[in-house]
Design a protein around this ligand. Structure first.
Ligand code: NAP
Length: 307
């Protein structure tokens, strides 16, 4: 039986692993369906303290993992399909195998949201993407569209101007959630075109098997039109990965874990860390801080039970 199992290998999970490993708890980290979490899908990280010149997101998260391994953390591929948190030890199913643990840290993050358009899923990997860093390279001198009005949309659009001949940002309002610095940076980029009060009605062309354009609608005027596009990038937020815990861990309306203070959930011995609970800050550094808190709480609980 494990002392600590950590679900998720982003900043939160890796930092929890560093702390739990240094406390000699030999944590097991279940890497999850997006190993490395959101940082593995990003480029330059300029705001993680300690890197005055910035660092690439995938490198930062890999460094954290190696740091945890150095102190005895074990990593296992796969994701948790099912969880029984009704009593301790907790039981988790990973593929066909059940494992047991005395404490659990849920750091499973939040995954990209899709628009739910008729052709969207059919064209994923053929022009539709949720990861500019992964797929931007394929759109050199092509027409690119980014959907969303938050920091992700600004960051991805700015990054994609390195590749595309033009990048259009499509946003359903004319006010932006993005922080001022990110919005200003995108606004100052002459390659970026803006389509506000605009929604995507569909993506073309499933018959051809790749993206050739989109159907757009101005929600104010009702005008609809088609526009040529080669690369279609979603940046419309995320959905917390809490499905296996629904009905056991208390979740809010959108599925985020409700914190009971510190890193505690409603279940004694189960802790949260990172974006799976945090819908406000969602930064690499806050996720790391939360991972540290969760590991310390798990360690204290286990230590208290020894005496
Ligand atoms: P977000 O802030 O939640 O923004 C999502 C955007 O997508 C919003 O503009 C929203 O429009 C739009 N949207 C959502 N559902 C939609 C739909 N069905 N159809 C059309 N548009 C839709 O998400 P995010 O940009 O991914 O950012 C998440 C968090 O990460 C934020 O706290 C952000 O600051 C942080 N972040 C930071 C950085 C950085 O500092 N480098 C980079 C990326 C993200 P409405 O505004 O109309 O709701």
């Amino acid at each position: 039986m494990h002392q600590v199992v950590i679900i998720g290998s982003g900043c939160a999970g890796n930092t929890a692993a560093i702390y739990a490993a240094r406390a000699s708890l030999s944590p097991l980290v279940i890497s999850g369906h997006e190993p490395g979490g959101q940082l593995s899908l990003t480029t330059e990280v300029e705001n993680f303290p300690g890197f005055p010149e910035g660092i690439q997101g995938p490198q930062l998260v890999e460094n954290m993992k190696q740091q945890a391994i150095r102190f005895g953390a074990e990593y296992r591929d796969g994701k948790v399909e099912e969880a029984d948190l009704s009593k301790r030890p907790f039981r988790l199913r990973i593929e066909d195998e059940w494992i047991e643990t005395r404490t659990l840290i849920i750091a499973s993050g939040a995954s990209a949201r899709w628009l739910g358009l008729p052709n969207e899923q059919k064209l994923i990997g053929h022009g539709v993407s949720s990861c500019a860093t992964c797929d931007g390279f394929f759109y050199k001198e092509k027409k690119i569209m980014v959907i969303g009005g938050g920091d992700s949309a600004m960051e991805e659009a700015t990054f994609l101007t390195k590749f595309g001949s033009e990048v259009s940002i499509v946003h359903r309002r004319d006010e932006f959630r993005a922080s001022k610095i990110m919005l200003d940076r995108a606004k100052a980029n002459p390659k970026i075109k803006w389509l506000t009060h605009t929604v995507v009605e569909d993506i073309l062309d499933v018959e051809k098997g790749y993206v050739t354009g989109v159907k757009l609608k101005n929600v104010k005027s009702g005008e609809t039109w088609e526009q040529d596009v080669d690369g279609f990038f979603l940046a419309i937020g995320h959905i917390p990965n809490t499905k296996p815990f629904a009905g056991q861990i208390e979740l809010d309306d959108e599925g985020y874990i409700i914190s009971k203070g510190g890193a505690r959930t409603n279940i004694h011995g189960v802790f949260h860390a990172g974006d799976v609970q945090d819908r406000v800050y969602r930064q690499a550094i806050t996720a790391s801080g939360a991972g540290c808190m969760a590991a310390i709480e798990a360690e204290r609980l286990l230590e208290g039970e020894e005496h």
